[in-house]
Design a protein around this ligand. Structure first.
Ligand SMILES: *Cc1c(COP(=O)(O)O)cnc(C)c1O
Length: 460
């Protein structure tokens, strides 16, 4: 008997046309975009794997929830629905809605982080690090060393190295460490999950030193899926139970709802401590809006409450993670170096191993991302030296351990044929890799988070 392959647990009710283009068109467009893929018009992209952030497809239940959103300024019924959903899912009693994840960071850090502080974690996300450095504080990466070795199998490459964490605490002292942030899944190391055992160990450390632990929980449901599949003792636990246990080890969370909330915009903060909630509330009102909408429309909060619930359905999570895995396996079968095991939301291509002739000073991963666009109109994103930015003190380029191109899969958007197209396109680039020997230099860059707006020119 033939084993049945997995298939999406949904069918398509509305379609959005996308268009192919010619290579001369793409050469013109990417030149006009100063070789920065963020500057491309979306109609000049055929398959868009720039990000999984806010790019997912909402369900019929989410669209119908939008119709009954309550747009009241204060005391919105849609906020109550959202808060109740978050309470039930996470156990955190206090909820502040924000317009996205970085806004949640801004509000929380305004209440907690000051100049000279140190915030340890597992490869902080770029906006998280941006908000920390903007406050003249320092983010210290304590990820396990295995995360830096793309060929090595480790089931939880997002894990925090507890020894590194303790040595950071001992080096800087508890007074300078207002919180620990653990990102689930860890985006910056390749969408890699954090195990329950590791969360428990970080909790132990946070209690031992009396430092609050917050989860950057943008992909909490994908993290729970990996715990269920890979961690001993969790195979028979429901995603809901696993999610609840994950959050039980933390004092609070920040959330970009554009990921596992499966909505196009939104975020929130949730926490246990009422005093902190009150302190953060003042900043929420200042930056985001009143406490029962925080920069979101009532209809967006209604869709989010539904999306959070759908994100925890096992069949959905399985089809999502298996679609990502399908792309990864196709690339690996072509001999292309990819980060393994495959992450939850994206495949990370090891650009240094892919393009051995491009110097790191010429932005290896960016060079590869531009080549993939030129080849087939596929937009990916650089996770390398441009993203790593400059050292805030010395202003020297920071060369990260990994130069990667991320192929990020939006939720419930593309089909297996799209994945085949992307894999074939990258294979074609791989076949001509020997001819790619030079990259780009910076013409203009912003003082912080330069990758979004940087302008480049060819070095050849
Ligand atoms: C996307 C993301 C953020 C920032 O959220 P936005 O909604 O884009 O502002 C923070 N942390 C992680 C892990 C993310 O993936």
């Amino acid at each position: 008997m033939m084993p049945l392959p997995f298939a999406e647990p949904y069918r398509i009710k509305m379609v959005e046309p996308i268009h192919r283009s010619t290579r001369p068109d793409r050469e013109k467009w990417i030149g006009e975009a100063r070789y920065n893929l963020f500057n491309l018009k979306s109609q000049h992209v055929y398959i868009d794997l720039l990000t999984d952030s806010g790019t997912g497809a909402m369900s019929q239940e989410q669209w119908s929830a939008m119709m009954i959103g309550d747009e009241s300024y204060a005391g919105s019924r849609s906020f109550e629905k959202l808060r109740d959903t978050i309470n039930e899912l996470t156990g955190f009693p206090h909820v502040l809605p924000t317009h996205q994840g970085r806004a949640a960071e801004n509000v929380l850090f305004s209440a907690l982080v000051g100049e000279g502080d140190v915030i340890p974690g597992n490869a902080h996300f770029d906006t998280t690090r941006g908000h920390i450095e903007f406050r003249k504080a320092t983010a210290v990466d304590c990820t396990v060393d295995a995360a830096g070795q793309t060929g090595l199998y480790h089931p939880f490459k997002g894990n925090v190295d507890i020894q590194k964490l303790e040595s950071v605490i001992n080096q800087y002292g508890v007074e300078r460490i207002p919180l620990i942030i653990v990102t689930i899944t860890c985006n910056s190391t390749g969408g890699q999950p954090v195990s329950m055992e590791n969360l428990r160990a970080v909790r132990h450390c946070s209690e031992k030193y009396g430092i609050p632990l917050f989860l950057d929980a943008a992909r909490f449901a994908e993290n729970a899926y990996f715990i269920k599949i890979r961690e001993e003792g969790y195979a028979n636990r429901s995603i809901r139970e696993i999610v609840r246990e994950m959050f039980s080890y933390a004092d609070g969370m920040t959330m970009s709802s554009k990921k596992d909330g499966i909505v196009n915009i939104g975020g929130f903060i949730a926490m246990n401590n009422q005093e902190l909630y009150r302190k953060a509330s003042a900043f929420n009102i200042l930056f985001e809006g009143f406490l029962t909408y925080g920069g979101m429309a009532g209809r967006d909060m209604a869709a989010l409450a539904q999306g959070l619930t759908e994100a925890m359905e096992f069949d959905y999570l399985e089809s999502r993670v298996l679609q990502v895995e399908y792309l990864g396996t196709s690339l690996r079968d072509y001999g292309i170096p990819v980060q393994e095991p495959f992450g939850g939301h994206a495949i990370f291509v090891d650009a240094t191993r892919f393009l051995p002739h491009v110097r790191k000073e010429e932005f290896i991963a960016q060079t590869l991302a531009v080549e993939l666009y030129l080849e087939a109109g596929v937009r990916s994103v650089e996770i390398g030296t441009l993203l790593a930015d400059r050292d805030p003190v010395t202003h020297a380029n920071r060369y990260p351990k990994l130069e990667m191109v991320r192929l990020t899969i939006p939720r419930r958007v593309y089909t297996r044929n799209h994945m085949d197209y992307v894999a074939a396109a990258l294979k074609n680039v791989y076949d001509r890799r020997e001819q790619i020997t030079s990259g780009y230099r910076i013409v203009w860059e912003a003082p912080i988070m330069r990758h979004f707006t940087v302008e480049l020119e060819k070095t050849f």
